[in-house]
Design a protein around this ligand. Structure first.
Ligand code: RTP
Ligand code: MG
Length: 139
């Protein structure tokens, strides 16, 4: 399988909780290379844009508010089979259903405040990477 990329962000609850370093360590120990990284905060408008695919869902407004409530740490990651392997590393959306040893099992607080995002396809990984990083920041 060829090396490819995924996009992630550590969400406000996990940054606020002081788990950024531990989460990045887990990601690197799982074999991912950090291609790009920063700390920033979304406005409600930009959070809504990022999760626009969910705009008809009942949780959309809460999600916008939560995702703009504090600092986040977006990253681009590289590894063989990056998208699928990263989704495995983070675990199920609902931490109550996440497997032992996954990032969400260890650090998520709730279904909404679930510590970390992971792209769900190669196509979305590229769109989401470009949402946060210019071409000259992606090494
Ligand atoms: P993500 O996009 O953040 O990696 O999460 P995911 O694929 O595992 O889950 P998705 O269905 O894309 O949902 C996006 C985020 O919305 C919040 N959520 N809240 N209250 C609710 O019912 C609910 N459901 C989802 C979570 O923060 C979820 O990660
Ligand atoms: Mg998703």
């Amino acid at each position: 399988m060829a090396t490819n990329r995924t996009f992630t962000m550590i969400k406000p609850d996990a940054v606020e909780g002081g788990h950024t370093g531990a989460i990045i360590r887990m990601i690197e120990e799982a074999g991912f290379r950090v291609v790009a990284i920063k700390k920033t905060q979304l406005t409600p408008e930009r959070a809504g844009q990022f999760y626009a695919v969910h705009r008809e869902r009942p949780f959309y407004n809460d999600l916008r508010t939560y995702m703009s409530s504090g600092a986040i740490v977006p990253m681009i990651l590289e590894k063989e089979n990056a998208v699928a392997d990263f989704r495995k590393l983070i675990g199920a959306t609902n931490p109550a259903q996440a497997e032992e040893g996954t990032i969400r099992k260890l650090y998520a607080k709730s279904l909404e405040a679930n510590a970390i995002h992971g792209s769900d396809s190669d196509e979305n990984a590229e769109i989401e990477s470009n949402f946060f990083f210019s071409a000259t920041e992606q090494y």
